[in-house]
Design a protein around this ligand. Structure first.
Ligand code: NAP
Length: 255
């Protein structure tokens, strides 16, 4: 039985991971970490199995991670649209005060990694984003947050921490069912700059959530960092991914 803490557990992907792990109660003792008690109640009908806290608070993270074997990091800074865009103009974004990517994606993730190290957590699975090799990626200009740059800094910190890691850098996330596509893994944003047959570089959140769950049990996922997208559901060449050991075996260590 593995004790797992999932942060960002009220997020769109984090809540899927939490539900999947709770369904496997024979394998996992699962705790969610979230900042809003109301949102937990709304999504899960109960605050049982949850620690309510903020990732800016190192002490609460340390306490939540006591006795945990694994940590799943699914927190992220969340851009807000400042106002509806004027006709013909692009929308402008910012972040809530004290919730810029430097604070959430760098310092907040660093807090989680440091707390995990103190608690002698054996593995951290971190979900991040593709695009981090390009400082001029458009996501970095959202609210001048440089979100991908801070996310990548946290990934490097995790690798250097000495804790076993699995870093899953997803393509554009879709709210579509999982288990219906072939997943493709890569590195260095090559899938983004040169996608096979020009396919869209996207993946359902449910497939990312399944990858997280599989990474918690497959030795082949240990000390790996990779990009991941999916073939379209109706791609005639697709072979739906079911052998996750094989998929993780295609991935490599290091940033
Ligand atoms: P999401 O719904 O935006 O969830 C982010 C979570 O972080 C939320 O649960 C949020 O809490 C939590 N959080 C933020 N600040 C916090 C704080 N100070 N303390 C505690 N929790 C905090 O995430 P997602 O859209 O599923 O994305 C998952 C990951 O994939 C993210 O790293 C994202 O950047 C990455 N990604 C996204 C895309 C995309 O297309 N959107 C593409 C590739 C990769 P609340 O629930 O209370 O707000």
């Amino acid at each position: 039985m593995k004790k797992v803490l999932v942060t960002g557990a009220t997020g769109k992907t984090g809540s899927l991971v939490l539900k999947k792990l709770l369904q496997r109660s024979d394998q996992f003792n699962t705790i969610g970490f979230a900042r809003s008690r109301e949102k937990v109640q709304e999504l899960f009908d109960s605050t049982e199995n949850f620690v309510i806290g903020d990732i800016k608070d190192q002490a609460i993270l340390e306490s939540a991670l006591k006795g945990c074997d694994s940590l799943v990091i699914l927190t992220s800074a969340i851009p807000r649209m400042k106002a509806p865009p004027q006709p013909g103009k692009r929308p402008e974004f910012d972040f809530a005060p004290d919730s810029y990517p430097e604070v959430i994606d760098w310092l907040g993730q660093k807090n989680q990694i440091d707390a995990a190290k103190k608690a002698q957590v054996k593995q951290i699975v971190l979900v991040g984003s593709m695009g981090g090799t390009n400082p001029n990626h458009p996501l970095n200009s959202l609210g001048n947050g440089n979100i991908l740059i801070w996310k990548r800094k946290a990934e490097a910190y995790l690798i250097d921490s000495g804790i076993n890691y699995t870093i899953i850098r997803a393509g554009g996330l879709l709210d579509e069912p999982g288990g219906k596509r072939e997943l493709l893994v890569g590195k260095d944003d090559k899938l983004l700059t040169n996608p096979p047959n020009g396919i869209k570089t996207s993946i359902p959140r449910a497939d990312v959530a399944e990858l997280v769950v599989q990474a918690l049990t497959c030795d082949e996922a240990i000390n790996k960092a990779f990009d991941v997208i999916s073939k379209p559901e109706d791609d005639p060449s697709a072979v739906i991914t079911s052998d996750f050991k094989n998929l993780f075996s295609q991935t490599t260590s290091g940033l």
